[in-house]
Design a protein around this ligand. Structure first.
Ligand SMILES: [Zn+2]
Length: 338
């Protein structure tokens, strides 16, 4: 059987499985409960945070034949066909590759002609809607101005400011948030356990930080690391697989900076550059390590990024720096990285 990527395998299928978008899920569930379904929604937010998943779940809840409160049953004909992407009453298109006025007209006309069958609502999901041309937006606007009955438009976008105001004003907008490192980490842990992948917590923490708030990116990174690691996923191996500096190496760098040893610090920086690591990613990692160091300075460290030995060495060193000087150092480091 072909390998199903983790992001697809673990895509949330009902509202309770959606992570980190509590306010949106709650509002949509209330709309279902009170039967106050808007004609059009904008799902705005960064990539990989659940916009399309929530759109599909919403389509299922609207059409499920055996709804459990405000959740889809996942078993009926409607739920299963929507999950497989073959439900005729739910049309999902990619705005990036279908951005012309003809595309939008075709979509609306052909979809209008489709019999609703057992579906209560027809749902249009247009992904990357900001890619539509202005003529295409105007064609869409016509449908939003006079929405066909029992039709819901869900416009997903990473760039909501590019949607014309006349469209925005006819939609209810939801702003999806980036996911926290903690939420991503706990999801990755869950997945690794279900997949029976042995792992070091530090490795999954590294992936969680590198994903920058996108669960889908985190899952793809885990796919890559899993393919690279032969047995257990260690932080060392994960860093190698992803082509980034390991936390241990970054820790050494920070230690040398705190020790006031620029020559050794530069030597490590050169090592990092000569390994061909992406310098932007490196600077972000460096900013993370500085933040983490400030936490151990004030005894608020939540996690262990390094070996005990290195952690103690860094802590000993930074405790020697007066508080004011230390804060200057941290801010300079963070400013430099941004
Ligand atoms: Zn169902």
């Amino acid at each position: 059987m072909s390998y199903l990527v983790l992001a697809r395998k673990y895509r949330p299928k009902k509202f309770s499985e959606v992570q980190g978008q509590f306010h949106i899920v709650k509002t949509l569930q209330n709309a279902v409960k009170n039967n106050q379904i808007a004609h059009a929604y904008i799902f705005a937010g960064p990539r990989g945070v659940g916009k399309t998943s929530v759109a599909r779940i919403f389509a299922k809840v609207l059409n499920c034949l055996n709804r459990k409160g405000t959740e889809p049953c996942l078993k009926c004909d409607q739920c299963t066909t929507i999950d497989r992407g073959v439900n005729l009453a739910v049309s999902e298109i990619d705005g990036a590759s279908h951005n012309s006025v003809e595309n939008v007209r075709d979509l609306i006309e052909s979809f209008r002609a489709v019999p609703a069958g057992k579906s209560k609502y027809k749902v249009y999901i247009i992904d990357e809607v900001h890619m539509l041309t202005s003529a295409a937006f105007n064609a869409l606007l016509k449908s939003l101005e006079e929405p066909p009955p029992n039709t819901v438009f869900i416009l997903a976008t990473t760039e909501p400011h590019k949607i014309i105001p006349t469209v925005t004003s006819r939609c209810q907008t939801f702003d999806f948030k980036k996911l926290s490192v903690d939420i991503i980490f706990s999801e990755l842990q869950k997945i690794a356990r279900l997949e029976k992948i042995p792992f070091e917590e530090k490795a999954l923490k590294l992936i969680s930080r590198l994903a920058e708030g996108s669960l889908r990116d985190a899952q793809s990174l885990l796919d890559r690391v899993r393919a690279f690691c032969e047995d257990k996923i260690t932080s060392e191996q994960a860093a190698k697989a992803l082509g980034v500096a390991s936390d241990e190496l970054l820790g050494e760098l920070v230690l040398n900076i705190f020790k006031g040893q620029p020559d050794k610090a530069m030597q490590l920086v050169n090592e990092i550059i000569s390994e061909g690591y992406d310098i932007t990613v490196f600077l972000k990692q460096f900013a993370d390590i500085l933040r983490w160091s400030s936490e151990i300075r004030f005894n608020a460290s939540k996690e262990d990024l390094f070996s005990q030995e290195l952690k103690t060495a860094i802590k000993d060193q930074i405790m020697k720096i007066p508080e004011n000087n230390f804060m200057d150092l941290i801010f300079e480091g963070l400013y430099g990285a941004d």
